[in-house]
Design a protein around this ligand. Sequence first.
Ligand SMILES: Nc1ncnc2c1ncn2[C@@H]1O[C@H](COP(=O)(O)OP(=O)(O)OP(=O)(O)O)[C@@H](O)[C@H]1O
Ligand SMILES: [Mg+2]
Length: 231
Amino acid sequence: MSNILLGVKKLVKSFDHGGKTLRILNSVDLDILHGESIAVLGASGAGKSTLLHLLGGLDTPSGGNIFFEGSDIAKYSSKELAAYRAEKIGFVFQFHHLLQAFTAVENVMIPCLIRKMDREKARSKAKKALDVVGLDHRLTHRPGQLSGGEQQRVAIARAIVMEPSILLADEPTGNLDSNTGQKINELLFDLNGKLGMTLFVVTHNTQMASLFSRQVTLADGVVTGDDRREN
Ligand SMILES: Nc1ncnc2c1ncn2[C@@H]1O[C@H](COP(=O)(O)OP(=O)(O)OP(=O)(O)O)[C@@H](O)[C@H]1O
Ligand SMILES: [Mg+2]
């Protein structure tokens, strides 16, 4: 098996807006290897979120290709693409997007239920995921009864419950105080170190980025920096 989990080749993304075509990604080339932890850096508007959405199949490229374990995701049927998003990719955003009416365990069960998993199996997987993020004592709390950091942990549990190949996180600590953010980062590194989950994390925090095995910088629609940590 190739060591490349996601292969990005000459990726282009343009948006038509106000009668003009805005080219946001302008031939991005990037190979994401199994088990890497990648911090994605770049100024506001550089196209970081755009790239993350394309990798996760939430949006479609204007040009170029994204290969998941060698297969071009543009060639997936809508059913295959839905399975890709649900089973191979875990998403974490700046805001947790938890459903307020549901408990922690119910929120984490949702991806399993969408994939038509049996309810009891879904519950047991959700409990396991909440245990991984250190929230096994908060199963029946609703989001409003949890701290900001705990809510983001629930969102991470929901992202990993289907055991995805890669976690795509868009400023996961952007909405948290620095202490709580630090704990969330430690959790992400644990997922990478202990479970081998590949991480692709957009961050504005350069100190935090230096802890990842690789730092990728985007500017003007291309990769302008790609550094691997020595060790
Ligand atoms: N649907 C859209 N239509 C038009 N322009 C868009 C659209 N989505 C994004 N853009 C533009 O693309 C550029 C890149 O956006 P993106 O959200 O990827 O930036 P970012 O690097 O994530 O920035 P930030 O650090 O502020 O989150 C921005 O200038 C934005 O205005
Ligand atoms: Mg963004």
